[in-house]
Ligand binder design. Structure first.
Ligand code: SF4
Ligand code: SF4
Length: 359
């Protein structure tokens, strides 16, 4: 089956420092990033492979001076382009140029519904106002806007206000995404973990607003794994629907896969994307159901959630072939609940802000 989506992580550079960022804690440096020619070739190869949607992400994709060229290439190939941005540093002129070259959609992150909550999470004073101004420009220029809000301990009380903000801004869609603990988020888990009572209140608020705002805005909600009964089908199943190219060209089955130690990733500098998709050991490792052990092997949900997240299985059960501990059938599920209860009730430690290690 060919992939549908490509997550193109154009750069790990980002003006913000969100502690919930799912990028790896060892960020790719600018000097190691793929060149313009390499990205254009990746897009050619992705299109030939069957990809129809390209998510231009990072880090912050607008730090790349060649973003217009990349967007133009997507449009020339008939690929739907989605810019996933922090909203910092994208001027009116630069936005208009991207739209002129065929940009289809903008997804803008908000760290909170007010500057008082949002800016300390983003690690940048003034970030909230810059985002609000960009949202206005995106809507005025006529490109569909999605607001994305990662939810955790510091902003979980603002879920209703965040949805209200998205409506006020004119967004077509809002994603209420409870933090997923990979990369920087895993290292900040104790500071980010909300309490079960807060999670339940947030879920009820989303359900209420979904009814109230039916026809006004689409509300997507990603539930928190640590309070779940079943895991999510990570990436729609490992190596089934999408692939992820890192800033230096490694091709991953999911954005957190580098956390699986010992797994080797083939690189677009060495091999064509089609060969990587079909033959790379990393993609083959957890594709389908053959790799599964109990309880997944005999479970009737195995082709619904595909055993959940491999990276979370490794992080919490110490073995990437285990069922995702978010599943109540996992022998490690009780451990997950214990971690959540302990971290949510302890005093939150200071954030470890995202950034490059001093070299
Ligand atoms: S989560 Fe925050 S720090 Fe990470 S890439 Fe997005 S805006 Fe930048
Ligand atoms: S046992 Fe495995 S396949 Fe079944 S619900 Fe749990 S994680 Fe999914």
């Amino acid at each position: 089956m060919p992939p549908i989506g490509l997550l193109a992580e154009l750069s790990h550079r980002c003006p913000l420092r969100c502690p919930y960022c799912s990028n790896p804690t060892e960020l790719v440096r600018r000097s190691d990033e793929l060149s313009t020619e390499e990205w254009l070739r990746v897009l050619d190869e992705a299109s030939a492979l069957g990809v129809v949607q390209v998510h231009l992400s990072g880090g912050e994709p607008t730090v790349r001076a060649d973003l217009q060229e990349i967007v133009r290439k997507c449009a020339a190939l008939g690929l739907y382009s989605n810019l996933i941005t922090s909203g910092i540093g994208l001027s009116q002129t630069a936005l208009a140029a991207l739209v002129d070259r065929g940009l289809d959609h903008v997804q803008l992150s908000f760290q909170g519904a007010t500057p008082e909550i949002a800016d300390p999470i983003a690690g940048m004073p003034g970030a909230f106002e810059s985002k609000r101004a960009l949202a206005q420009r995106v809507v005025e220029i006529g490109v569909p806007l999605t607001v994305n809000a990662v939810i955790h301990r510091a902003n979980i009380g603002e879920v209703g206000a965040l949805i209200g903000l998205a409506v006020t801004l004119g967004a077509k869609r809002v994603e209420i995404a409870h933090a997923q603990y990979h990369g920087w988020a895993l290292s900040n888990r104790a500071a980010l973990m909300p309490a079960l009572s807060e999670v339940l209140a947030a879920i009820a608020e989303v359900e209420r607003l979904r009814e109230d705002l039916d026809g006004t805005i689409v509300i997507d909600s990603v539930l928190p794994d640590y309070y779940a009964r079943y895991p999510k089908a990570c990436m729609g199943g490992w190596g089934r629907r999408s692939l992820n190219v890192t800033p230096k060209g490694d091709v991953l089955p999911c954005h957190a896969a580098e956390s699986i130690h010992g797994m080797a990733f083939w690189n677009v500098r060495d091999r064509p994307l089609a060969e990587i998709w079909s033959r790379s050991p990393a993609f083959a490792a957890f594709r389908g159901v053959e790799w599964m052990r109990e309880p997944c092997r005999s479970c009737d949900r195995r082709e619904i959630d595909w055993g959940g997240c491999r990276c979370q299985a490794l992080a919490l059960a110490g073995d990437a072939t285990q069922a995702d501990p978010a599943c109540h059938k996992s022998p490690y599920h009780a451990q997950l609940e214990t971690i959540a209860a302990r971290e949510a009730t302890a005093t939150a430690p200071a954030y470890r802000y995202r950034g490059y290690a001093a070299s």
